[in-house]
Design a binder for this molecule. Sequence first.
Ligand code: GLN
Length: 504
Amino acid sequence: MKLYSLSAKELMLLIRKKELTKEEIITSFLDRIADVDKDLNAFITVFDKEKIISLINETVEEEISLLKYIPFAIKDNICIQGTRTSCGSKMLENYISPYDATVIKLLKQSKVLFLGKTNMDEFAMGSSTETSYFGKVKNPHNLTKIPGGSSGGSAVAVASGETIFALGSDTGGSIRQPAALCGVVGIKPTYGRVSRYGLVAFASSLDQVGVFARNVYDTSMAMDIICGYDEKDSTSIDVKKEKYSSSIDTLDEQFLKSIKVGLPKEYFISGIQDEVKQKVLFAVKILDKLGVKVEEVSLPHTEYAVATYYLIAPAEASSNLARYDGVKYGYKTDSEKLKKLKIDEKDNNEYSALIDMYRYTRREGFGDEVKRRIMIGTYALSKGYYDAYYGKAQKVRNLITKDFLDVFKKVDFLITPTTPTTAFDLGSKIDNPLQMYLSDIFTIPCNLAGLPGISIPCGFDNDQLPIGLQILAPHFKEKQMLQLSYCIEQELKIKNSSENKYLV
Ligand code: GLN
């Protein structure tokens, strides 16, 4: 049996009926990874069988081990104790995490299987997973296309059946955008809903951990586990824990008739790929027929979102990444080489050896995109420019948030395309950062406002590349957002072509 093509729910049933052992599951998924990952490169680290077994917490009682022996792949910026967390960077190539992230602790309580760590844009900066020190990731729908990013490895691992679930992080779209481009479900919870403790910080006021899965119900089961208050994360919010999967089990026909969906006109502009627009609007038409009220709405400050994000995110990143200095963590330049260089001798500065060590460590340890962000961020935070750039960006961020709060007084959800186009060619935007940044135009506003968002598959373009539909909801309305996603999924019944050996 091809275990990798089952849903989490189906696999769980077989495990509960004792028709499958953990060894069989591990072997089956490791075989699948060995089959396809040399072409896809979704993993940075694949654990061997012994390691996977050693990471299972067998002491947990049966009743609370909700996703017992279900495979997970973890983005390589989330710490699992005793294993490498590279962030896709040479800087952390040999860094071993000394502790578990809170989400990993929660998954361990659920007795899941950790298969390995997934490839990503370096320090989660990118939209195509081409900036990883560990090589590019390929889209399983077409190996000449990008998978999206920065959590491209997680999206690909789920789409290709290398795992059932994957965790990712979403700072400006890094879960929803690759989910859309790889044809899987990706959810970014409300800021504060899932603990960030143990997630390597990129832009702390925007980062959020979330889930990739192949269907909405599976997604809701993983959300049941990872959501919740954590005293170790000062931005975690103590709201009531919800049972997302049972809320789908108990969905009734009245639900669709009781909701109102808004279509923000700024997200259906000219310039977006025709097929993307058509497929999203087709799904909306079905909802309309089922009794959902649909109306056009406006989020007038949307046009400033990308510019705002590209001041705030690099500013926070430049501060967060200051810790990689060759002293505390990770890569350190070769001191023998520095001695030979004697570059700063002329300065006659007693600290020049130390400064050279920082300089060469960071020059050699970081890739181009990370350096670009550090420079933008440092500039935006520097004396004399702080108010003009960072301060102004924070004010615009408030206006963008207010747009959403106003619109959610009128409608319950927003539906938009997740991305303006389907997956683009590998290499086509890597030398044009501005073009690359614009591919996140529809995902970024949600992070600036701290809202929950999800991308679900809604069809294919003429080249058989997947299209994602994004739902945005008010803060902490993940339950209703998952319910609506489930209804759309059941109506659309999207299926991948069975001829592609890289897909499930
Ligand atoms: N693509 C965006 C960026 O490059 C978002 C990244 C993310 O969400 N981690 O910053």
